[in-house]
Design a protein. Sequence first.
Length: 201
Amino acid sequence: MLIEVAGVRVPVGRAAEAARLVCEEYADAALYHHSVRSYFFGAAWAEERGLDFDRELFFVSSLLHDLALVPPFDSHTVAFEETGGHLARVFTAGLGWPTERRDRAAELIVLHMREDVAPEVDVESRLLQVGTSADVSGSGLEAFDPSFRGALVEAYPRLGFAKSFVGLLQDQAERKPGCAAAKLMAGAWAERTTSNPLDQG
């Protein structure tokens, strides 16, 4: 794994490496790259604004945030972001994180599918929202220098991510009609995702 892209670094240590290994093992390459890009987008956004954030917490949550979409962890009754939060709590318990920090990892994952959180209220949750929105649908991409975007996609290619991710959320929407994914699918989200400027160059 590249630990730096365009000057933005990932954390090092046991927790970060464990999260990377688990994501790489269970997610396909497109979803794994999305998870890493989400971290880099969020971290770059924070650094550009001089925001202090818990890099380890944000990285771990970024790498775990979509694992509940893969068959071994998918729930047929619970929204994937909520299942992902539970998965994060179990994962971080194995790392020996205290309850409050485990709860924070879960909170970031749940909130990435909710209404925007102000960075002054919860900076790490906002960063995951920023990172995933930019990488999935292209929302907020204008905040990032084109050279950074290009370097990130070169380091972690898209690999047909948009089409496969729309399929994953369509499946969630069909099985869980009241979930956040279903609300996205009912609007123009799928069209925005498949026309993300990151896929146009």
